[in-house]
Design a protein around this ligand. Sequence first.
Ligand code: CLR
Length: 396
Amino acid sequence: QAGEAVPASQRGSWTSFLKSIASFSGDLSSLTAPPFILSPTSLTEFPAYWCERPGLFAAIAGHKDDEERFLAVVRWFIATLKGQYTSRNEFMGSEKKPLNPVLGELFYGHWPDKDGRGRTTLVVEQVSHHPPITAYVIENKSKGLSLTGHNAQKTSFSSGAIIVKQIGHAILTIDLGGGKKEEVLITLPKLRIDGLWYGSPYIELWDKTNIQSSSGWSSVLEYKGKGYFSGKVHTVKATVSPPASFSVKHTIEGQWHTETKNTKTGKVFTDVTTPKEDVVVGPTEEMEEFESRKLWGLVSRGIREGDYEVASREKSKIENDQRQKRKDEAGAGTTWPLKHFTKNLTRPMNGSPVVQTSHLRRKIVTFIRTTLPLGLPRLPPYFAMIKVGGYIWFPA
Ligand code: CLR
């Protein structure tokens, strides 16, 4: 039944929220949603999902062999999907509307060293507000691993579902020792948010992810949901190909929220039925003003405790303060100084020469040139992706 999961008093406002998304595409964060669907967590916390199995992340560094190491990347990646796309349902009953980060919002955390896996740190900064873009670096120094990326979303509405195209990508850098480095480019899946009619939204992944290493190894992961080839939810099929080849050496199939197996050997490839590890975050009292949990503290508490008056009053305060800051900056001819990331204009990826050079930009362009000739036919979305709002975000 329509609005089944919606508190009776909010059904009207849920229906009008659905109507407004139906006639809207772009930045969902600006739409007012009824209280029951609000999450007390800001999007700046989401990059932590990349490392909630720190042992699997660290394990990437444990392989001398290119193929084995690449398989470890694919394994870690598949194992992050459950956290990324189902944890709100697991912990809050349904997908929710996260808090829309302010420009310069920060989120820091770490996963402690344990069983020799080394300490992993997380730095997140909201690098743009319109459109919302979140940049992050996850680093395990002792293992020579770092993951850098940024995220934005383009949303639209189609036959009752919200379609989310993720704009952005992640680059994993692996220090191989002796001055050698491997870089792995990871593209992000598309999302479909269903269950809106009942007021209990959940995510299904579709389309695909490309994982392309500078070693030449590559993988394509195809996602399907219930009613497609498997008839099961959260299905993934990954094919892994050796350098300079489109032949498939390994096939991995299964469900990304439970278990996947190597098709040929029948061996379990990922098993995420064991608990994940939340990122460790310092005490709120010791945080700076712009650290996410401090900034949103009162809003979050309002949402958690069902005191929506407080939540919306505190949210307005933050928004007004933001408007004032932007006004002041416009008046002074300055911009908000980002702490951890710099903006680099990307090359218009249409074959035209590099317009603006910077050390870092050259690095990625070279990376694309050297790895793409092999991967190109498998990476059609790459061109669009690298253009991401005209910018790539690099750690400063
Ligand atoms: C952000 C990047 C993470 C993976 C991820 C998971 C859930 C996504 C989120 C991203 C972006 C924002 C998102 C969210 C699910 C719902 C929410 C699309 C991609 C939208 C803005 C809110 C929709 C509102 C309904 C739930 C009512 O690595």
